[in-house]
Design a protein around this ligand. Structure first.
Ligand SMILES: Cc1cc2nc3c(=O)[nH]c(=O)nc-3n(C[C@H](O)[C@H](O)[C@H](O)COP(=O)(O)OP(=O)(O)OC[C@H]3O[C@@H](n4cnc5c(N)ncnc54)[C@H](O)[C@@H]3O)c2cc1C
Length: 495
């Protein structure tokens, strides 16, 4: 666990807290250390920082007032949704303000004629589909955390989910965003029309992890609920066969709504937690879902089953009803937490590889884990090549947590070497910023910084995330000579 040193609250932050109490209702401004501790981490609990002040925003105006005061006082701030992020994106800044958006939870409009929803950022992902369902509409991005994570957090992380193989990530389902910039001004990116002239600033905002501004309202695209949905559970005796089946299905031109894969350890954990009835003796299972017109789904299901059998699947089971389908998904969606049944502690990793390399990469991960005497359970969005290796360890054993962290990092290096990415959906946040310099050149990173600086010249919005080190706005990319004043002051280093 990395505990960032708690520092006494500075006079600047004390003054800011007083100004915030004047501007907002005092009970929405928290400074009591016991209350602040609730917010010291997100879903990646091995990084913890107590914020200087927490603001429980209840309106756009609360966000505007808070950000404007932060800007005037030069105090950094971090937006926080439900705090389920797995990369430390919502990790507070000590001596900074944490703006909690969970009270902005109104679904403002469901527009069935145009298949749109307008929501506040604290709205829970699953609520959108719940409210759209009476119109036969749904919100497609479905992270496994969808019962608790917020739309604002989804947009900031460009969240994915099982059904993103067919429907795309959050970025494909956001049409517009109202955003509070770091000087307190409010801008509108995108809109409700499907296409906009000018730069695609909305595209830049989605996935920017709170570094470009705070979203206070979002316009979402809804999809029509498909006529038929069928789910199949397939058992394999080898990971290579299951991986091969995934490639075969996509190569045959079938685009399932989802293809999820779990290996033996993940199956063991899911079984222990949910009694999901996965095929006994399976070394790997695939959960395959097809949706669309009834006739198309039926024909493609037969084709998918044949392709799996050709890869020596020993059991194919089609969900007979909604209850069986839900149980198949329960095993998959609860897999992260279920791993707690078979290991005292674990790291959730998130990386991407080319889908065609699944078997080789998985066996390399097993080899690397064996070498350091650790176990890795694999649960992943196989169709996207988006791995979620769960590195298991016992924190009571001296040194194991460090070995596990090193192994998790080495797996990301493997993803980069294979032509993949250090994150598929969980973001970079605090956790993976050091890896950015491995995936991108200095010129790539400089260009990203130019964009960041255009939105947030003072670098107050979620500083210290995504990028290996902060670079001053206005500093021109290009060959560097000498030592920058920021380096000299020990505040940053060249990446
Ligand atoms: C069990 C479990 C399963 C998960 N499964 C998935 C999965 O399948 N797919 C997936 O993609 N993720 C998954 N996640 C990760 C997490 O749920 C997502 O990243 C989610 O999008 C985070 O939403 P949140 O509301 O919790 O955001 P937070 O954790 O509160 O914040 C995440 C980031 O968004 C920023 N942010 C939050 N709100 C705003 C806003 N209004 N404006 C600007 N920036 C903002 C924060 O500063 C931070 O950088 C899972 C997490 C858990 C615990």
């Amino acid at each position: 666990m990395t505990l960032m040193a708690p520092s006494p609250v500075s006079p600047v932050v004390e003054r800011l807290a007083a100004l915030l109490r004047d501007a907002l209702a005092p009970e929405r401004v928290l400074t009591d250390p016991a209350q602040l501790r609730t917010y010291e981490c997100d879903g990646l609990a091995n990084f913890r920082v107590s914020p200087g002040v927490v603001v429980l925003a209840e309106s756009r105006q609360d966000v505007v007032d808070t950000v404007r005061l932060c800007s005037q006082q030069g105090v950094p701030y971090v937006a926080r949704g439900s705090g389920t992020g797995l990369s430390g994106g919502a990790l507070p800044v000590a001596d900074g303000v944490l703006i909690v958006l969970t009270r902005l939870r109104q679904i403002i409009d469901i527009d069935p004629a145009n298949a749109r929803a307008v929501v506040e950022p604290g709205v829970i992902n699953l609520w959108v589909t719940r409210d759209a369902a009476p119109y036969d509409l749904a919100y497609a991005p479905d992270p496994s955390s969808q019962q608790v994570c917020s739309i604002g957090g989804n947009v900031a992380e460009n969240a994915g989910g099982a059904h993103c193989l067919k429907y795309g990530f959050t970025v494909n389902h956001v049409l517009g965003a109202e955003v509070v910039l770091s000087d307190g001004s409010v801008v509108h990116l995108g809109g409700s029309a499907p296409e906009h002239p000018g730069y695609d600033l909305l595209g830049a905002f989605v996935g920017s992890e709170g570094t470009l501004g705070v979203a206070t309202q979002l316009t979402l695209r809804l999809i029509r609920v498909p006529e038929a949905v069928q789910t199949m559970l397939v058992g394999f005796r080898s990971v290579a066969d299951a991986g091969g089946a995934v490639s075969d299905i996509i190569a045959a031109g079938v685009l399932p709504a989802a293809i999820e894969m779990m290996d033996a350890l993940a199956i063991e954990a899911a079984e222990a937690a949910t009694r999901c009835g996965y095929p006994v003796g399976a070394v790997a299972v695939l959960v395959i879902e097809l949706d669309g017109p009834q006739v198309e789904v039926a024909a493609q299901f037969a084709q998918v089953e044949q392709l799996c059998l050709a890869r020596d699947a020993f059991e194919t089971r089609i969900a007979a009803d909604a209850a069986e389908r839900a149980l198949m998904w329960k095993g998959r969606k609860s897999a992260f937490a279920a791993v707690g049944r078979i290991s005292p502690a674990y790291f959730v990793q998130d990386g991407v590889i080319p889908r065609s390399q699944l078997p080789q990469i998985l066996s390399e991960i097993t080899r690397m884990a064996d070498e350091v005497g650790l176990r890795v359970a694999n649960v992943f969005h196989a169709g996207d090549g988006n791995l979620h290796p769960l590195v298991l360890f016992d924190d009571a054993v001296a040194g194991q947590a460090e070995h596990a962290e090193e192994l998790a990092g080495a797996i990301l290096d493997l993803c980069i070497a294979s032509g993949g990415s250090i994150t598929g959906e969980h973001g970079v946040g605090q956790e993976k910023k050091a890896k950015m310099a491995k995936q991108f050149t200095a010129a790539d990173l400089d260009t990203m910084q130019l964009l960041r600086c255009a939105f947030d010249p003072a670098g107050l919005a979620n500083p210290g995330k995504i990028f290996p080190t902060p670079r001053m706005c206005g500093e021109r990319p290009g060959p560097r000579t000498g030592v920058h004043a920021v380096q000299a002051a020990g505040l940053g280093e060249v990446f």
